[in-house]
Design a protein. Structure first.
Length: 261
């Protein structure tokens, strides 16, 4: 090593502790998550007429934004005396939960629908020592079982139903504001159960309230046509716009941000 030491990124809890529900005496469980790149996207910028940036969340330790939430969720689980963590997952959550549980020295159980999990993520979970429990049913059945186990045993549920997950995930909005100097005009996000978009909104609002941003962005979201509960629940609202291939319409002010995994 050279004589001049370089200060390493401490992880998002230490970076934003004053904005997170983590006490000063808590043992922080981190893998160095956060500080992911926000990169210009010239092709998308040209196509849309906007200044587009991509937040590359795949640069987190296990390859997804889930690590942001998991560092806070597992840190809080340890602080509250949990002996293990549990989640229902078919992919990213299982890999993240297993890695952070291993870092904390906790057991980790992952409930998955039988035969329905991404093999790459399954490998990550098993490498980190998670116990895989296959359930005859769908994801909702797995999640309900995980909730019941967490309610009756010293086990912490680390799915996004855990509010500590969203607390960690909101920090991506902080980083975007810091990189751009303000919140973007528009932030586009893919949506599943809407936990992550809720976390970003929380982060943008907190930075605006603290005077660190002058605005909050518009937040259009997109979902797969066959997995769009928000659209099905609001069929007459006009809030869901089906998109097909071809040139996108130009709507735009600058800059715009989009999150990738």
């Amino acid at each position: 090593m050279s004589g001049s030491s370089r200060v390493a990124w401490p992880g998002l809890i230490e970076q934003y502790r004053d904005l997170l529900p983590v006490t000063d005496d808590a043992r922080v469980i981190t893998l160095g998550e956060g500080a992911t790149p926000l990169i210009p996207a010239p092709v998308l910028s040209e196509r849309t007429g906007c200044q587009v940036y991509l937040k590359v969340e795949g640069a987190n330790p296990t390859g997804s934004f889930k690590d942001r939430g998991m560092t806070v969720a597992v840190t809080m689980a340890v602080a509250h005396g949990a002996q293990a963590v549990i989640c229902a997952s078919t992919g990213n959550t299982s890999a993240s939960a297993a890695a952070y549980a291993a870092r904390a020295g906790l057991a980790c159980a992952v409930l998955v629908p039988r035969g329905k999990i991404a093999l790459g993520k399954l490998a990550q979970a098993l490498i980190h020592g998670a116990r895989l429990l296959q359930v005859d049913g769908n994801f909702d059945d797995c999640l309900e079982m995980a909730r019941k186990l967490a309610a009756n045993y010293p086990v912490a549920l680390v799915n996004s139903l855990n509010p500590d997950r969203l607390q960690g995930q909101k920090t991506a909005a902080f980083e975007i504001v810091e990189a751009l100097g303000d919140a973007p005009d528009v932030h586009c996000l893919p949506v599943g159960n809407a936990g992550n978009i809720s976390a970003y909104w929380m982060g943008y609002r907190e930075y605006a309230k603290a005077g660190r941003a002058t605005r909050t962005p518009r937040r259009p979201s997109c979902a797969a046509s066959r997995c769009s509960p928000r659209r099905r629940s609001r069929p007459r609202s006009g809030s869901a716009i089906p998109l097909r291939g071809g040139s996108p319409r130009r709507r735009g002010t600058n800059p715009a941000a989009s999150s990738t995994r």
